[in-house]
Design a protein around this ligand. Sequence first.
Ligand SMILES: Cc1ncc(COP(=O)(O)O)c(C=O)c1O
Length: 363
Amino acid sequence: MTTTTDRKLNFSAGPATLPEPVLHQAQIDIWDIAQSGIGVCEHSHRGPVFGKVVEETISNCRLIGNIPDDFEILFMQGGATLQFAMLAMNFLGNGETANYVDTGVWATKAIKEAKKIGNVHLAYDGSESNYDHCPTDDAIQAIDNAAYLHYCSNNTIYGTRFSRPITSVSPVICDMSSDIFSREIDWKSFDMVYAGAQKNLGPAGVVLVVIRKSMLEKCVDTLPLMLNYKAITQKGSMLNTPPTFGIYLMGEVFKWLLSEGGLQSIEERNERKAGMIYNVLDSCSDFYTTFAQVESRSRMNISFKTKSAELDALFLEESARMGMSGLKGHRNLGGLRASIYNAFPEEGCARFAEFLDSFASTH
Ligand SMILES: Cc1ncc(COP(=O)(O)O)c(C=O)c1O
């Protein structure tokens, strides 16, 4: 992987670091894609050049994610936040109830939106443990015959993740915004997965939705077309002008993931990257506190703090002088957070681990 750069080490939680080869290619294609004499943002979405981009993006997405044929791949807009409402509009019918697992801010927001549409059963309430871990199956009290179960696989703010998918008798819908394609996905455990692109897939403004075909039959026909998964599927994600640049760039990220050896090798690298950082945090445990319980630690977002708010502020100052950016914790949690999505270089994690160590010894 190319890591030679004079740019900063960007630990932003999203929009986040993109792979360098993708950015270099995009610079070329923004001017003139596929020697067409026209830049990628200037092509008609109905023309052959962009048609090829969409086709390749879908086929590479299927390849990289090992997505079975009974799932549709859709590109949508409105962020992951629109999905919170939309999935309930489509799948939470009159008189039905959906199971929701609350593991923190984004999962809570999904619950709030669903409650505007229908009945929600809180199958797990993480607020009781301050959202410091993700539950195992036996701690989830789901009701039978639910329309679906919704959860969030990686909690961007708290830095927690599910180490394995939830088992459920009802269809499972998962917000994977902050860890999609950071590890392999067992599609038997999911009926719909969605992710805003701006962390692991591309730029903000496009959302990837992977949905089991059988779910489409349940979509509510009276919904406006732009809010109906079936209508969007029938038009190949082109009911209106799609976010063409976002789809293109996602396609380039998929090509990069393939060139890096696919999800298995990405997952191994992510384990190494997060491991380097957690190792230092653990070895300096009298100085740093990690937010997540060990078994729920995210490999994408590492939320931690030093011994005081003053030292946290100094940490931000000193790390900034070392060319590190985006380390301030989310306003809900405070402290510090290092987001190290797929495209964040392994060498950057090594540099950060060194910095963590030397900051703790100096202060
Ligand atoms: C897990 C998760 N879900 C949903 C969202 C909301 O995404 P969007 O801003 O695309 O609506 C975020 C944003 O950070 C997130 O981390």
